[in-house]
Design a protein around this ligand. Structure first.
Ligand SMILES: [Zn+2]
Ligand SMILES: [Zn+2]
Length: 256
C-alpha cells in the first residue's frame, strides 16, 4: 500500500506548525503526487482560519506549487455546525477553495444552542467515558447525514472522533452522495468491528494524515494497519497505489 496524495494537512493558519511550503516540500520528498492544505473552518473559535486570511493562503499554495512543481490544493476542513447539517463554508466561498472537507469539532460556534450537544455533549461523554446516549447518537448521525446531503463535501474527516454516531448510516449516505470517508493516520476513530460494517455499505475511502506538523505529512501507518486488520478491499481506497479520487466539490463547481 502506497499513499498517492495526502488530502488533509494543517499549517499555522489553523493550529499547524509548519508553513504551506514546508508541508508541500515534505509531500514532494515523500513522492506524493499532490498535497492539500485543509485549514480548520471559520467558526472554529481558536484554530479556524479567518476569511481575511484566505487570499494569503491561496498565494502561498500557488507559490509552493510553482516552486516545487507539485499540486498544492487550497482546502478547508469545515465545521459541521448544526443537526440540520449546516457548515461554515458558504457558496460564496466556494470559488476560493479546491477541496472541501468537513467534520465535527468541539470548540466552534454552533448555529443554535440546541446544536452544541453534537460538539460539547459528545466531548463530555467521551472525556468522562460515559456510555452512549441514544438521542445524542441520533442527533450526531443526523448532523453528518444532513451535511453530506446539503453540501458538496469531498471527505468526512475522522468520523466518530470524540463523537458517537451511527457510522453505518453515515457511510450509506456518503456512498449515495459520492462523499469519501476518511481513514485517519492519526488514530483509528472507528473500531475494527465498526469499520467492517461500514465497508459492507460500499462507501469509498481516502486515507489522510491530518498532519499538524511536517514530520507527519503522508504518515498514514495507523490507518494502513487497521485496513489490513479489517481487510478493507484496497480498490475501495482511492488515494493509494497511484490512484486519485474523483471529488464531488470540483464537479459541483463546474455546474455553478
Ligand atoms: Zn478535524
Ligand atoms: Zn484536521
Amino acid at each position: 500500500m502506497q499513499l498517492t496524495a495526502d488530502f488533509h494537512t494543517h499549517t499555522p493558519y489553523s493550529h499547524g506548525k509548519n508553513t504551506v511550503f514546508e508541508n508541500a516540500q515534505r509531500a514532494k520528498e515523500m513522492g506524493l503526487s499532490a498535497v492539500a492544505i485543509t485549514e480548520h473552518g471559520f467558526s472554529h473559535v481558536f484554530f479556524g482560519i479567518r476569511r481575511r486570511q484566505v487570499d494569503s493562503l491561496i498565494a502561498e499554495c500557488k507559490a509552493a506549487e510553482e516552486q516545487l512543481n507539485i499540486p498544492v490544493l487550497v482546502g478547508i476542513e469545515s465545521n459541521i455546525r448544526s443537526i440540520a447539517g449546516g457548515v461554515d463554508l458558504t457558496e460564496a466561498d466556494y470559488e476560493k477553495f479546491d477541496i472541501f472537507l468537513a467534520g465535527i469539532h468541539d470548540v466552534i460556534k454552533y448555529e443554535h444552542l440546541s446544536d452544541c450537544k453534537i460538539g460539547w455533549g459528545n466531548l463530555l461523554r467521551w472525556r468522562f467515558g460515559m456510555k452512549e446516549k441514544p438521542s445524542l447518537v441520533k442527533a450526531s448521525t443526523e448532523a453528518y447525514i444532513n451535511a453530506v446531503k446539503n453540501h458538496p463535501i469531498d471527505v468526512l474527516t475522522h468520523l466518530n472522533f470524540r463523537v458517537r454516531s451511527d457510522a453505518v448510516e453515515v457511510a450509506k449516505c456518503c456512498r449515495d452522495y459520492g462523499t469519501y470517508l476518511e481513514l485517519s493516520g492519526k488514530k483509528a476513530h472507528l473500531s475494527d468491528e465498526e469499520l467492517d460494517r461500514v465497508v459492507q455499505t460500499g462507501v469509498r475511502f481516502v486515507v489522510n494524515s491530518d498532519a499538524h506538523s511536517v514530520d507527519r505529512i503522508g504518515d498514514v501507518a495507523r490507518a494502513f494497519e487497521q485496513i489490513e486488520r479489517v481487510g478493507v478491499p484496497l480498490d475501495r481506497i482511492d488515494n493509494i497505489d497511484g490512484r486519485m479520487p474523483s471529488f464531488r466539490f470540483a464537479e459541483f463547481k463546474k455546474h455553478m
